[in-house]
Design a protein around this ligand. Sequence first.
Ligand code: G3I
Length: 493
Amino acid sequence: MNDVPAPSKRLTRSSVRLLLGGACALAITVTSMVVATTAQADLSGPPGTTLKAAAERSGRYFGAAMGADRLNDSGFLNIASREFDMMTAVNEMKPDATEPNPGQFDFSRGDAIYNWATQRGMRFRGHTLAWHAQQPRFWGSLSGSALRQAMISHINGVMAHYKGKLYAWDVVNEAYAENGSRRSSNLQSTGNDWIEVAFRTARAADPSVKLCYNDYNIENWTYAKTQGVYNMIKDFKARGVPVDCVGLQTHFTGGSSLPGNFQQTLSSFAALGVDVALTEADVTNASTTQYAGLTQACMNVPRCVGITTWGIRDSDSWRGNENPLLFDRNSNPKPAYTSVLNALNAASTTVPGTTTPPPTTPPTSAPPTTPPTTPPTTPPTSEPPTTPPPTGQPGGCTATYRTVSSWNGGFQAEIIVTNGSAAISGWTVQLTMASGQTIQNVWNGTNTGNSGAVSIRNASYNGALGPNASTTLGFLANGSSSTAPGNISCATA
Ligand code: G3I
């Protein structure tokens, strides 16, 4: 179904209870394991009478977002447990909530929502790890490599807590401007590669969870912002940057509405080899035609895996005065609910990998081996084999290594390249990784090799250094940091 193995397995109710019992006995903070089911598609079955049942017919999910303040709202909880099989926290897993102070993580409110949802068989989308908004206050006083490092540490810290427990993470949220270029932000100012560093960090932190890019106003295929995001995903897939899914927020509210080419947008992203999902749907006045249309578009694209509404009742919405959701303030389903339900039940495509294969006669010969679909988790080596070795001009530049932080099984390193007395247009650092150390991703440079003898060449934007100027690159590596990489040298290009 996907480029990464789905974290969840189909479990019976009794095995779910057993797992929950075991988890409680261990008294861990996140009390549930991944207990939710991955729907097995069956379009021949009876129509679903709830949103989740109707979505599951085609192997999809129907999700909602909830804040921790809804955990005491029985009206909300009743609908949530009856109708939805995927949950997202509205604010409680955002960077300001999960890391209020450097290295001090707070998962209490996120865990409360996670536990409530997964104990009822729902899966969970994590939202979000890196965003220009709702950042920890201390990020505001950081910039450059310090902010880059804070982002990496944040991703590692949060993903370690939820490792193996989530369906997907919105790794990066809303990084594009309306004109299709990168949104200017403190994160963008750390270097254009901040998004791919976030994704590579995320993959190394939890290889089992889908890694999504999430944004709004990317529903219209001809819109500049849609094209900007599309080109980034295309580039990432071409270069092996680990991205599994694109979340289209689908806020048809405040002036924007369902574009006629929405399905083309979904299928175009899917054709790049990623899942697509509608992650924050709401529609001004809950137009039945727009809700039916957005649902049909998803149902027509096999890799459109599910729809999430941003809240459940109009009273839960961030734009409640527009009454944009499927349930009214008295918890009653609105006409838009019926239009969505009908469109889910009318699905004619299923999510790849969710259909139980028909019984087959035993093969008489060995089945053909299929190539693995999992993308490489390490960046491809980018230097052609014919690249001449660095010349190592004496006095050109020097490289200083330090381990920034380490954890069980990995570490983050920084190398400062300092130029000599004459301006240069490029540099290459060489080093020898110690036994068992493997570089996972590099920023502010491009590596050739990731274990043993490694060289790291300047990125396009930091090769030119004036006399005595310096620049910093970094990398994440698997393995122990107890022995530092050796033979570190620098050569000008
Ligand atoms: O918790 C405080 C409360 O103590 C204080 O009295 C009150 C005063 O305004 O603010 C409360 O915090 C608010 C928080 O929501 C919790 O309700 C913040 O001001 C408010 O800015 C915050 O808004 C959230 C918004 O993201 C912030 O960007 C919305 O709830 C949340 O629905 C919204 O979600 C975003 C997605 O993450 C990304 N896509 C767009 C979507 C809608 O804006």
